[in-house]
Design a protein around this ligand. Structure first.
Ligand code: GAL
Length: 728
């Protein structure tokens, strides 16, 4: 395999030289501080400015970005300048490392730092985005991103893989104290008052990058928060374009299933006409799984027969693994000299920074798994064992040394990204699209066709992470597993079906979760009393998801071409509405739909409607925007609302998406004078769309009549527009 990291570096150099608008200025110390070092300011892409101070670390995240910026598309965005003067950015370099101060205005709200849990609005908080398998509101996360975006219309990215702390308008320095400020603090005695979160006014962002002798900070301009996110996504190569089958249903079987059990599960789905596109195999397929051998276990005596049988039934296969290489792995000896100085589960930690190590790992996967018919992988445990728990010690220590020179701390921050990119490159080379599950990411991964997941099972967190992920070009996949009650089951089911990936993760359940909700009883084959009714509901709701695939696929095309996240919080679409800033439990899907999932505790939930009229997708009931309503969320439909003036293409649901599936589409029109809607039509499985092989099908309504315009050079047909329904 051509080494991916080698290419990455080359691309970086290439880009540095090529971007025509690159200009170079050296600012002298601006007098704000005697310690202010020289700062080099470069425009590195349209609306993207890089500040370089001191000598940055060698292993910065951008070094590993495999994609080039989509310069042309970035040029389509506005050229609104940053809302502050770069001269007001203060930098210190000292024995601690680098500290940076960036102005904040009193009104702006901040978001980001990767897939954060427990906090959505980040203003007034101290965040430390560090790779950890147990997320916490400190910033520990599966996707530590040193990147935040602001409602004032800009993004800031610290291009470093150190454990960085961001003080988001919390603490101020002595030098920032206003001597004229004569405020008399009232005496405080309660601990609540004394330790209350500090005022957020008149503060700056402080960034603490320890151990570094210099750093690069990248600023993304935008006229709004959304535009700065778009710019970041386009700079990273544009958003990911999953294969069409990736938007269907994925079912992961129990970890210890054998070949026969997998085959029976496949038959169950097809015989019961329950939509399913992907079957995921968990650890039991390896002869050794903690660490991994990547060799079929004796539970699977004839793996090729199984692969062929599942293919015959139109299933794609996804294999679980992690990157810790067991001595039983056939490539162990070759990899040994290119591995970290500490082991994980007695396995090697590949030095993915070294192109040769990545090539050994990827070549084995390509020849033995991908070429044999494996469509995707689940990349587990590429984060770190919980560093808040002294007993959780499987992760390699931060002091680990890798032959390439990267250390354990930097490797932890980048590991998920490097690992996923190493394997994704195999598929790209084969011109075959994939959709991975992975448990850790970093920055510049917008174009990576992969969804993040977690062992946490908090339903509210699952919902809010769909929004949180989108600030940094990430996709999040909540899961359905065992449940506490029927209502817990139904609500979680609804949530997975309005997410970037719809997955049932039965890795510890022998039977499907609707056969028996309770884990112990499920594994004893004891059927739940309402199992048959639940199966009917599952079939219906899975079909609803399948009917939205063309719509969601169009949202992904906008992600790829314009950098607009397909699943995103309301704060991106309604920048002038202050009420949406804190809303993390409802989100936009594509151009027209708003999802409002709820949890088991509530049959009704508060739904806020931004400006305009909105329709219940199912009942067509109308709501006036700018207000909140308490709404009963149906249990037998998906929790969706539609913006007035929308065309939503809805497909006759398929049980799976094969390479030639044609979706029969009814265009549902909500309101008068709807905005045109553009479907993206291509083969859905290769990268030919990047060479221009696709069609755009513009659906529009004039004088109450629907019309279709298909343009492009894709010769096949994935959509058949059958009907128009004018609903209001
Ligand atoms: C966990 C992972 C689960 C499942 C399990 C299998 O680490 O998060 O989704 O794959 O491993 O052992």
């Amino acid at each position: 395999m051509a080494s991916s990291t080698w290419q990455l570096k080359n691309n970086y150099e290439h880009m540095k030289i090529k971007i025509c608008i690159s200009l170079l200025m050296v600012l002298l110390a601006n007098g704000i501080s005697a310690h202010q070092p020289k700062i080099k300011i470069q425009s590195i892409a349209p609306g993207v400015i890089k500040l370089t101070m001191g000598t940055p670390d060698k292993f910065s995240p951008y070094t590993f970005c495999s994609e080039k910026p989509k310069v042309e598309e970035m040029n389509q965005l506005s050229n609104t300048p940053l809302p502050f003067d770069l001269k007001d950015v203060v930098v210190r370099i000292n024995s601690r490392g680098v500290q940076i101060r960036i102005p904040l205005n009193d009104e702006e709200q901040l978001y980001g730092f990767g897939m954060q849990i427990g906090t959505f609005e980040q203003r007034g908080l101290r965040k430390r985005p560090v790779a950890n398998d147990t997320p916490s509101n400190t910033g520990f996360t599966h996707a530590p991103q040193p990147f935040y975006v602001s409602t004032a219309g800009y993004g800031v990215l610290v291009n470093s893989s150190r454990y960085i702390t961001f003080l988001c308008g919390t603490n101020q320095e002595l030098s920032q104290q206003n001597p004229n400020q004569n405020e008399q603090d009232k005496l405080k005695f309660s601990t609540q008052e004394l330790y209350a979160n500090q005022t957020q006014k008149k503060m700056s962002m402080w960034i603490d990058v320890p151990t570094a002798a210099g750093v690069e900070v990248i600023f993304f301009q935008g006229k709004s928060l959304l535009e700065s996110v778009q710019r970041y996504n386009l700079f990273s190569g544009g958003g990911a374009m999953p294969p069409m089958w990736g938007l269907g249903i994925k079912y992961r079987v129990k970890g210890d299933f054998n070949q026969d059990a997998v085959s029976k599960m496949a038959t169950y789905f097809r015989d019961h006409q329950i939509p399913c596109d992907v079957l995921g195999l968990e650890p039991g397929w390896h002869s050794n799984s903690y660490s991994c051998s990547y060799v079929w276990s004796d539970k699977f005596p004839h793996p090729q027969e199984m692969i062929d049988e599942l293919k015959e039934k139109d299933f794609r296969i996804n294999l679980w693994e992690h990157a810790y290489v067991n001595p039983a792995a056939p490539f162990y000896k070759d990899l040994e000299p290119m591995s970290g100085s500490f082991l994980v589960w007695k396995g090697l930690v590949p030095d993915f920074v070294n192109p040769k190590a990545a090539a050994i790992f990827a070549d084995y996967h390509e020849k033995n798994l991908v070429d044999k018919g494996i469509s995707s992988f689940k990349l587990d445990e590429c984060d770190n064992s919980n560093i808040m728990d002294a007993k959780a010690t499987w992760g390699f220590p931060d002091m680990t040394q890798f032959p390439s020179g990267i250390d354990g701390e930097q490797m932890h921050q980048l590991f998920g990204s490097l690992y996923a990119n190493t394997l994704a490159a195999i598929y790209k080379k084969k011109n075959q699209r994939t959709y991975f599950d992975y448990r850790s990411s970093n920055v510049f991964n917008s174009s990576l066709p992969a969804v993040l997941y977690s062992d946490i099972y908090g339903h509210n967190d699952y919902i809010s992470m769909i929004s949180t992920a989108s600030f940094g070009g990430l996709l999040w996949s909540p899961e359905l597993r065992d449940t506490r009650s029927e209502s817990d089951f139904i609500r979680r089911l609804q949530t997975i079906l309005v997410a970037p990936q719809a997955v049932v993760d039965s890795w510890f359940l022998k039977n499907v979760p609707w056969f028996q909700l309770n884990r112990e009883l499920n594994n004893k084959d004891i059927k739940y009393e309402n199992a048959d009714q639940l199966e009917i509901l599952v079939r219906e709701l899975f079909k609803e998801r399948m009917s939205l695939i063309p719509y969601i696929y169009a949202a992904f095309a906008d992600y790829h071409e314009k950098g607009i996240p397909p699943f995103r919080p309301l704060v991106m679409d309604y920048p002038d509405d202050r009420k949406v800033r804190s809303i993390a439990n409802q989100f936009m899907i594509g151009q027209n739909l708003m999802a409002t999932p709820t949890t088991m505790d509530s049959t009704a939930r508060t739904v806020y409607f931004p400006a305009g009229t909105w329709y219940d997708y199912n009942t067509l009931r109308q709501y006036t925007g700018g207000k909140s309503y308490l709404i009963e969320i149906n249990t037998d439909k998906l929790p969706l609302f539609v913006k007035d003036g929308s065309i939503v293409p809805v497909a006759a649901p398929l049980n799976f998406v094969d390479d030639k599936s044609v979706f029969e589409i009814t265009c549902k029109v909500f309101g008068n004078n709807p905005a045109p809607f553009t479907l993206f039509e291509d083969d859905g499985i290769t990268y030919n769309f990047q060479k221009g092989t696709f069609n755009k099908i513009v659906l529009s309504v004039t004088n109450g009549k629907g019309s279709i315009e298909r343009k492009g050079n894709f010769k096949g047909k994935r959509y058949d527009i059958k009907d128009w329904k004018f609903l209001k």
